[in-house]
Design a protein around this ligand. Structure first.
Ligand code: AMP
Length: 396
């Protein structure tokens, strides 16, 4: 397999699949350039090694062909500023015009293609569409982790046209390395913190983790299905009745595998799903009727923080409570701080998948953990142990 660090890009055109699916405001200005920034090291590596760069991405969810609000023309200036090169733009991603622009591209230059999803062949994983894209470059780099779980033309199908010239960019490399540090080469003790709304969406991850971790901290809405499975009274808390059996089975598996499973001892319970409500700190197994657990309680915070601080490897997916409301953010905030503290003490920490990423950002701790994943759905599937088509296409 080729590697971006030792590949000779001199005189070559690198076709890089990036994830520039950035949020735009009503005036079509980029409101958060995190994803563009994340691709810069890969782009700069090719340019500084004597290559030219052709960038391809999707933006939003166009339904039937081109739509101005989903045009990547809206982000050209941002990309130019961040790369430090005047980026050229092609108003389509296949066809004669683009081919001409690609052919005349010189070393050190960058060309951004129009939204891949303006063509239906992208999401369908159409081989002919992928072949036309592949004709634009000499080497293929996949650096779009956010879409690595999709077998789209530009993320997976295209790789076959570059049997000896395909590789990961730095961003995907780091994501793969981070998951591997948690799942394969982890330094013990390993702790996974799994929160969020529902058990049903996290079962496969939890079952996959039971073979890898020493401690499993459960938080968020899903904790109440576990508490009920243990015979607790959880009032009006979120419970998935259909998954009580699953929760029981997970509790049994954890016991037989010697995994310490921490269900929050206490909870912040409220009589209304709102920030403007009455709350009380009560035992998770004894939540009064009419009240629902919306955050982990004070004792649970103390127990979880101690567990996190004693860990050498930490994975965090999903908030501990309804952290979007200030009354129920404390549990998530304290956990985020503990993960940051453990990291500064030398632990490796990966925050991945959805709302826990939003949480570390909210509490300004994204720079204090080892890695914050850029791929929500992709990270979830990766942690479930699934093969991601975008990764498999490069490895195979
Ligand atoms: P997920 O996407 O499954 O990770 O779930 C994230 C969502 O779970 C967030 O929007 C939280 O507000 C919500 N959540 C966390 N704790 C609770 C809870 N105790 N009850 C209801 N929803 C919760």
């Amino acid at each position: 397999m080729q590697n971006i660090n030792n590949y000779n890009f001199s005189g070559k055109k690198a076709l890089i699949r990036v994830d520039f699916n950035v949020p735009l405001d009503n005036d079509l200005n980029v409101t958060d350039n995190t994803r563009i920034n994340a691709a810069i090291p890969t782009i700069k590596k090719v340019l500084s090694s004597g290559g030219a760069v052709i960038l391809m991405s999707h933006l939003g969810r166009p339904k039937n062909g081109p739509e101005a609000k989903f045009s990547l023309a809206n982000i050209v200036d941002q990309v130019s500023n961040l790369v430090g090169v005047n980026v050229k733009f092609a108003n389509d991603c296949i066809g004669n015009n683009v081919q001409g622009l690609a052919q005349s591209l010189q070393s050190g230059e960058v060309l951004l293609l129009e939204n891949l999803r303006f063509h239906r062949g992208e999401k369908k994983g159409d081989e002919e569409f992928a072949k036309q894209l592949s004709a634009l470059g000499d080497v293929y780099i996949n650096d779009a982790f956010g879409t690595a779980h999709r077998a789209h033309a530009s993320t997976a199908i295209i790789a076959q046209f570059f049997p000896n010239d395909k590789m990961f960019g730095y961003l995907i490399e780091k994501e793969i390395e981070s998951v591997s540090k948690v799942m394969n080469n982890s330094e013990k003790p390993v702790t996974a913190i799994i929160g969020g709304a529902k058990v049903s969406s996290k079962i496969i991850i939890i079952e996959n983790l039971l073979d890898k971790v020493d401690h499993l901290i459960i938080g968020g809405g899903m904790a109440y299905t576990f508490a009920k499975a243990q015979g607790g009274k959880v009032g009006n808390s979120l419970v998935e009745e259909d998954f009580i059996g699953t929760a029981t089975s997970i509790l049994e598996q954890a016991a037989s595998k010697n995994v310490q499973l921490l269900i929050p001892i206490d909870s912040i319970a409220a009589d209304n799903f709102s920030n403007d409500t009455n709350t009380q700190n009560c035992s998770t197994n004894n939540i009064p009727e009419g009240y629902m657990g919306l955050d982990i309680g004070e004792k649970a915070v103390v127990e979880n923080v101690a567990c996190i601080l004693s860990s050498k490897t930490i994975l965090w997916n999903g908030p501990m409570g309804v952290f979007e409301m200030s009354k129920f953010q404390k549990g998530t905030e304290e956990i985020a701080k503990a993960v940051a503290q453990a990291t500064s003490n030398g632990a490796f920490s990966l925050v991945g998948g959805g709302d826990s990423v939003a949480a570390v950002n909210k509490f300004n701790l994204a720079n204090d953990v080892s890695h914050v994943s850029t791929g929500g759905g992709a990270m979830l599937e990766y942690l479930e142990g699934k093969e991601l088509p975008g990764i498999a296409a490069i490895l195979n």
